[in-house]
Design a protein around this ligand. Structure first.
Ligand SMILES: Nc1ncnc2c1ncn2[C@@H]1O[C@H](COP(=O)(O)OP(=O)(O)OP(=O)(O)O)[C@@H](O)[C@H]1O
Ligand SMILES: C[C@@](O)(CCO)CC(=O)[O-]
Ligand SMILES: [Mg+2]
Length: 388
């Protein structure tokens, strides 16, 4: 039996980091996906191993099922319908097993992804033998939510074959889960994100599961219906960073300067709320109206970038993108955890393609990589028809 599941990456338009501390944030899914292919062998195959192939980092693992039962005894009595948190002790136990394999020495950031995989797999499917392959369109560890897309697509594939949610095996093409099943996949993905991020707000897994444009505050999701065509240029500075360390750094700064940082988070809350209300106001009387709204969005992005700098999560490479785009009258801000990674630039509706071409050329000359992604598409989907 086999299923393929996919979940999109995201950009955060306003509110990253502050959202971990209770402020509102606005995010949109993008048309770049992580896909998981889950194959459960039939009993006559006599397969007695769980294998994982991470194509993006060219790593393969294989664990005998007996070993899985030993390290993760909960896999014997797993319950797919009640998401549970992996405790520190278990994370350490799994990491010790991974160190045995010696494969992760040069790819240390990947270890937490493999721990999340083992936790989600054994909690949802128990100790069955299987072959799992993961591949992604997203750059890993760059602010586009690769960890969330990984956890969401994995949770979706595992739940689809767990027997504990309703799915129609005869449907062709990509299919979405029902709302109850989406909620369950989202909760499991959040447990995976906790292993990778330490203290996630839940915004990344939520937008990856449900897709579209969302506002998110203190775990509560509000869908944003927008008629505004938001076009963003995404620039990957290719400077590597780690979300867990950046999120922890902001919390440390908050401990040192609680009042100042609380004021910064409050300012971001206002920015995100204003951002959401601008994009969800439905009617545009004329071009001037669009220009006025874009002008307001630009200002909000500029203020948000300034506050992210106050939080200590900007980077010289991010500032270079901001300075380069400002020469063309364009506004940019970091997206995701910062510290390098990706930057978004608002491309106004009336901006000529010649100017867009010039900006991209200049950014690419700095060694960055640019892409224009579709904003606000579908969330988690799966298919049984063997197509990719
Ligand atoms: N396709 C994948 N294959 C293997 N591991 C992955 C994959 N995608 C994500 N991961 C895991 O997620 C980690 C990257 O997550 P991280 O949160 O640091 O960055 P991000 O999610 O891309 O950015 P942000 O959280 O800022 O949006 C990787 O080091 C790895 O552990
Ligand atoms: C930095 C952060 O706000 C967004 C990462 O995409 C972390 C989180 O919300 O979990
Ligand atoms: Mg992440």
């Amino acid at each position: 039996m086999e299923v393929r599941a996919r979940a999109p990456g995201k950009i955060i338009l306003a509110g990253e980091h502050a959202v971990v501390h209770g402020s509102a944030a606005v995010a949109a899914s993008i048309g770049l996906y992580t896909s998981v292919l889950l194959h459960l062998p039939s009993p006559e195959d006599n397969d007695d191993a769980l294998t994982l192939h991470l194509m993006d980092v060219d790593l393969k693992f294989s664990w005998p099922i007996g070993r899985i039962k030993e390290i993760l005894p909960h896999s014997v009595n797993n319950s797919a319908s009640s998401p549970t948190t992996c405790c520190e002790e278990t994370i350490k136990l799994i990491l010790a097993v991974l160190e045995d394999s010696k494969k992760l020495e040069s790819k240390i950031g990947i270890a937490s992804g493999v721990v999340a995989f083992l936790w989600l797999y054994t909690s949802i499917l128990g100790n069955k033998a299987a072959k799992v392959t993961v591949s992604s369109d997203l750059p890993l560890g760059s602010g586009l939510g690769s960890s969330a897309a990984f956890c969401v697509s994995l949770s979706g594939a595992l739940l689809a074959l767990s027997g504990s949610v309703e799915v129609d095996f005869d449907r062709e093409g990509w299919v979405s889960f029902g709302e109850k099943e989406q909620q369950l996949a989202n909760k499991w993905a959040f447990e995976g994100e906790k292993i990778i991020h330490g203290k996630p707000s839940g915004i990344d897994n939520t937008v990856s599961t449900f897709g579209n444009l969302i506002k998110f505050k203190s775990g509560v999701l509000t869908c944003i219906k927008s008629n505004m065509t938001l076009k963003m240029l995404i620039t990957n500075t290719k400077v590597g960073r780690n979300t867990k360390a950046l999120v922890a750094g902001v919390s440390e700064r908050k401990k040192r300067h609680p009042d100042a940082m609380t004021s910064v988070f409050t300012a971001v809350d206002f920015i995100s709320n204003e951002f959401a209300s601008i994009i969800q106001s439905s009617s545009f009387s004329d071009d001037d109206d669009v220009i006025k709204k874009e002008q307001n969005i630009k200002e909000l992005m500029e203020m948000n970038q300034g506050l992210l700098k106050c939080m200590g999560v900007s980077h010289a490479s991010i500032e270079t993108v901001v300075q380069t785009t400002v020469k063309y009258g364009l506004t940019s801000k970091l997206t995701g955890a910062g510290g390098g990674g990706c930057v978004i630039t608002l491309l106004p509706a009336l901006l000529s393609s010649a100017v867009i071409g010039k900006v991209i050329e200049e950014l690419e000359q700095c060694g960055f990589q640019c892409l224009i992604a579709e904003i606000g598409g579908n969330g988690l989907e799966f298919r049984f028809d063997g197509q990719s």
